[in-house]
Design a protein around this ligand. Structure first.
Ligand SMILES: C[S@@+](CC[C@H](N)C(=O)[O-])C[C@H]1O[C@@H](n2cnc3c(N)ncnc32)[C@H](O)[C@@H]1O
Length: 366
């Protein structure tokens, strides 16, 4: 199955892309093993804030503004400490919460919405047109295009497009009649956010979306969520038919129960755990997030710290990721060695590139 892009880039921008230097990896494992362009297959990971030359002016500041508005003073102080620590350790991209904009129509500006093809009925996907004026200079989109890579470790982790294991999990949800009702769900490494959106539509009480890149959250995840719960109150027309009013209320409730975070996993953990009333997740959904063995420790720690004792992780992955070296068996071995969780194979999809669906639960639930 070919990967489906849910963004496009203005032609003019594409024409002006300049080739990148070392450090990019291609993960298009559906055809042939990709080539690592760097000598050691890696690039120094950059710290916290998007490097200023990769984002539009004011982009970082605006997401900082969002974060500040959602945190109390103590937490904000903690976070600034995190930022300093992060500046010293260039491995951690600091986590931020992205607040849902009040005017949801703005979120869908310059986008075209389509229904997801195939058996995954009822999910709208936004095709985002990333305009040159909005993202001047170099950014993760142009870097991804210019380097012909699906990710740039530590800079762009692949969330701009929908990866095929997402479709495997969506299919599994319907086949296995996975229940979301009443659950607190995390879509970890969400990209398009289709897993979390499905959970929300299925009655989850709260859904959190996390992606490494703030651009992905703002330009892909959030628009997709809004496109799936599009109605909002436009001023409370008293003559509005009851049915329409009820639908608006329902849509508003759906969007309210979603929260959005960007940042590296251990930073994300710190951010959510800093909330006094944080309740752990009943269900963590995660697709194509075990490609890089360097991240296994942070991922395992995230499950450990954020999953409720009786909760479960549903993880979808290719058997092996050429070029980066991760894959199902390596990750299962890593989990076994830590002896905290057990993994169960739910399904093996053996068409094209072999893919796995795993369930991960605590070995000793309380
Ligand atoms: C290959 S993409 C998959 C996106 C999406 N789940 C899908 O299936 O379409 C991997 C995702 O994992 C997240 N990710 C990978 N490594 C991460 C890390 N160390 N910290 C935080 N997020 C990470 C990225 O945000 C990215 O969206």
């Amino acid at each position: 199955m070919a990967f489906q892009f849910n963004f496009s880039i203005e032609e003019d921008v594409e024409n002006k892309l300049t080739p990148l230097g070392d450090g990019t990896l291609t993960l298009d494992s559906s055809k042939e093993p990709p080539v690592s362009k760097s000598q050691n297959g890696k690039q120094d990971r950059k710290c916290s804030a998007e490097p200023s030359n990769m984002l539009p002016d004011g982009f970082w500041e605006s997401s900082m503004g969002n974060a500040a508005s959602s945190e109390d003073t103590d937490n904000a102080a903690d976070r600034s400490g995190d930022r300093e620590a992060c500046e010293k350790q260039p491995f951690l991209r600091v986590a931020e919460e992205h607040v849902m904009p009040k005017d949801l129509n703005k979120v869908l500006e310059n986008t075209v919405t389509e229904m997801l093809p195939g058996p995954h009925v009822n999910i709208a996907v936004v095709k985002t047109v990333l305009l040159k004026e909005k993202f001047p200079g170099e950014n993760i989109v142009s870097r991804s295009f210019s380097s012909h890579s699906d990710l740039i470790p530590g800079i762009y982790e692949g969330g701009l497009k929908i990866w095929e294991c997402t479709f495997d999990l969506l299919t599994y949800f319907s086949k296995a009649k996975v229940r979301f009702a009443g659950q607190k769900v995390l879509d970890l490494g969400c990209g398009s956010g289709l897993l979390g959106i499905t959970a929300s539509k299925g009655g989850a009480i709260e859904v959190h979306f996390q992606d490494y890149n703030s651009l992905v959250i703002d330009e892909v995840t959030l628009p997709n969520v809004v496109a799936n719960f599009p109605l909002q109150d436009e001023g409370g027309d008293v003559n509005e038919p009851e049915g329409k009013r009820q639908r608006k209320l329902k849509a508003a409730r759906e969007t309210c129960k979603c929260r959005f975070f960007s940042g590296e996993w251990s930073e994300f953990c710190k951010l959510v755990l800093s909330e006094k009333l944080f309740a752990k997740y009943d269900l963590i959904l995660t697709s194509e997030t075990i490609y890089n063995p360097d991240y296994y420790s942070a991922l395992h720690e995230t499950f450990l710290r954020l999953l409720s004792r009786n909760g479960r992780v549903l993880l979808a992955s290719k058997a092996h990721y050429f070029g980066v070296g991760g894959g199902v068996h390596l990750f299962q071995k890593f989990v076994e060695e830590r002896n905290v969780f057990e993994t169960k194979t739910l399904e093996i999809i053996d068409e094209g590139l072999k893919r796995f669906l795993l369930e991960i639960t605590f070995k000793y639930p309380s």
